[in-house]
Design a protein around this ligand. Sequence first.
Ligand SMILES: [Zn+2]
Length: 292
Amino acid sequence: MPQTRPWIGDPIWLADVLRAEGVDLVEYPGWRNRGHGDFKDIRGVMVHHTGSDHASAASIANGRPDLAGPLSQLHIARDGTVTVVALGVAWHAGVGMYPWLPANMGNWHLIGIECANSGTSPTAPHRTNWPDAQYFALVRCCAAINRRLAQNSSRTIGHKEYAGRAQGKWDPGAIDMDILRADIQARIGIIPHPAPTPRPPVPVGQYADILLFRGSEGPQVAELQRRLKYGYAAYAGHLVVDGIFGPQTEAAVREFQRRTRGLKVDGIVGPATAAALRLNVVQPQLLVAAES
Ligand SMILES: [Zn+2]
């Protein structure tokens, strides 16, 4: 019976679940003691290409003059050989964001997989220059890790989805992440009780002062109504944007909270609900201007 509990800390089971998935696995010397400190809760997998078809597992373990290794936990060669090079945190994700990750914290929440591949080009069709052996080893690795963590394949992301073009990241190149995720999901099968999707901590700085409830009035209430009306038209499309927090606004807030995991259903918009809504915060000076 595979274990599927959520996991906090270093993935000491990594080699075992990969071998159980039928992966051709090599344990790089010292991998259990390699890493830049300990993981927090492991929320998923991030896929990369190395930029060269010939980058070795040793180069991932040891790093470069400008960046100390490990640069990921796993390396996949073009012949499909998977090498586990580190158990602890690796420098692979860098800065970026994704809905279920705290901003810029990917390294502490994602197991990184570096595939020895040039990536071909940012616009190359899916699996151009990805040998079957390498691609299906990647699918197996992601499936084994996601399943062990009771996650569906939505928890495997590409570096390009997190860091994006703004930072010049397009890896893994020639991989359509949606197709990859479909292939991974087919291999995972059905997860009976998927781990709940975590929310990043509330960005207190931005939302700390938000507190709206029945009877509140003003531009911030109007902004809330606008967000609900146009973002959640299915149940809030009828709202009138009048800046007055009445029964209908409260009902829409409750419905939003009911549908959003982790929120208390109280009809009050505090920092957590405001963050989940990605509410546009009306600046105090604008409030003054609007009110004067
Ligand atoms: Zn990358």
